[in-house]
Design a binder for this molecule. Structure first.
Ligand code: UD1
Length: 448
């Protein structure tokens, strides 16, 4: 690490432009909405591009804040990231100068930790900040670190940073995770592609974004296969080459718009939407009585004949894919506010992902929070405009859904969270007939 550049251990976060959404609800959404590329696929593809010095080209990349942060993080390392056209990015990692991923990047986006595996495997060393640092303590990265150690890396942790080295080369091995981790699996795959020998990863995450990553690195020349649904095997290579790839559509954005049609009593065609990536979410939607038809390259949702309270209550539990995605738990909860009866919600993946229901309750939803992982939702609720606050990306998009269904005006503070993961969200809703504006905080005087 002798040549690592001097750096600051701590960072003062950049001031965030405070914005609010102001939404006048109660109008059915109608029309066609294009589904953007998947955030959770694109970020890992950018990380994978650092496995080679050759140029990689990505299309259908969503124009979102997290992609901008990943671009900046790579550029700070000396990676060339070009953006020749909207939704098109080229990543060339021929001249990586700094093997250091600072707290600044990690604090903005957990996915910056995806650079651990590829940089360690290709360059034999990296210093990388613990995402969230010591301050939050939740969403640990121990599985990622243990997987790298199993592959032969030496890793120490000091002052919020992991100092990782791979003396010689990483060595292929069996990586056994105690439970499924999406990015843990992806980091292990990327590291193993350049390791010496054969690696088996088990249980491996089955999310469609993991398979998109595999499809891309196969084009780079990696020898990697999903040999069983929960098992991925890799034969390490000395070098990989550049490749082109189209990012898969975003299944979470898809679920968000399905619920938008349902709760506003609208009719939407979701263009480019991936029905076969929705897993158990489609079953949940079907058990509420909402009809969704899957076309070859689109999804149609028609809730125009569904009167208030016509949805059936349904008990739901989040789980790794193909279970109900935890990222679709918030939109699902908004849908359940319109069901006639009580639904139970079990958030089994994260311990802080039901907190946002407190905001939904302020809009009139019948919600009881039982503990960190369980809640009940009793409907049908007449949602009404209120002043609410977004705490994270997926909850933010779901408060927009609730506001679109509500009577009156809702002001949603913390709009910037939503731009981390949704391309042009207010433009897309406006084009479907919604009344939504994004305003600077302070210019949001409402009569709600
Ligand atoms: C990814 C997704 C996120 C999604 C989540 C679960 C990206 C960029 N993010 O996050 O949108 O909500 O999958 O589908 O793809 N855990 C540990 N130690 C670790 C890693 C994880 O204890 O080292 C725990 C987590 O706290 C959580 C569970 O494992 O309870 C699953 O998390 P994981 O699948 O790793 O989520 P991410 O990959 O971070």
């Amino acid at each position: 690490m002798a040549d690592a550049k001097p750096f600051q251990w701590e960072v003062t976060p950049e001031p965030i432009t405070k914005e609010v959404f102001r939404i006048e609800g109660g109008r059915p959404l109608n029309g066609t909405v294009p589904i953007s590329g998947s955030k959770n696929a694109a970020l890992k593809l950018f990380a994978a591009a650092t496995l080679t010095g050759e140029r990689c080209r990505f299309t259908n990349v969503p124009e979102i804040e997290d992609v901008r942060v990943m671009t900046e993080t790579l550029q700070d390392l000396g990676v060339v990231v070009d953006h020749p056209a909207p939704n098109v990015y080229e990543v060339a990692s021929g001249d990586v100068e700094w093997l250091f991923v600072p707290l600044e990047a990690a604090a903005k986006m957990r996915a910056s930790f995806m650079l651990l595996g590829p940089l360690l495997a290709r360059f034999g060393r990296v210093i990388i900040s613990n995402p969230g640092g010591d301050r939050i303590g939740r969403r640990p990265v121990d599985l990622h670190v243990d997987a790298m150690r199993t592959l032969g890396a030496e890793i120490s942790y000091r002052n919020g940073y992991y100092f990782a080295t791979a003396p010689g080369r990483l060595r292929g091995t069996e990586i056994r995770f105690p439970f499924v981790s999406v990015m843990g699996t992806e980091n292990a795959i990327l590291a193993a592609t350049l390791a010496d020998g054969h690696t088996v990863i088990r249980p491996a995450a089955q999310e469609p974004e993991v398979d998109d990553l595999i499809a891309f690195i196969q084009k780079m020349g990696a020898e990697v296969q999903r040999t069983y649904p929960d098992t991925i095997e890799i034969n390490g290579k000395r070098r990989l080459r550049g490749a082109d790839h189209r990012v898969i559509p975003d299944r979470i954005e898809t679920g968000t718009f399905i619920v938008a049609a349902a709760v506003t009593g609208g009719k939407l065609r979701l263009e480019g939407a991936p029905c076969d990536h929705l897993g158990r979410f489609l079953d949940v939607v079907a058990s509420t009585g909402l009809s969704v038809s899957c076309g070859k390259d689109s999804i149609d949702v028609d809730a125009t004949d569904v009167g208030p309270g016509a949805f059936r209550p349904t008990d739901v539990t989040t789980a790794p894919y193909p279970g109900l995605a935890t990222d679709l738990q918030p939109p699902t909860c908004v849908l359940l506010t319109q069901a006639n009866g009580t639904s139970r919600v079990h958030e089994a993946i994260f311990e802080d992902r039901l907190e946002w229901l407190g905001e939904l309750r302020r809009m009139g939803a019948g919600i009881t929070l039982l503990d960190d992982h369980h809640a009940t939702i009793t409907g049908p609720a007449r949602l009404r405009g209120a002043e609410v606050e977004i705490g994270d990306l997926r909850a933010g998009a779901s408060l927009i859904l609730a506001a679109l269904a509500a009577e009156g005006v809702t002001t949603i503070h913390g709009a910037h969270h939503v731009h981390r993961g949704y391309e042009n969200i207010e433009r897309k809703f406006l084009d479907l007939g919604a009344r939504i504006e994004r305003l600077a905080e302070g210019n949001d005087s409402t009569n709600s």
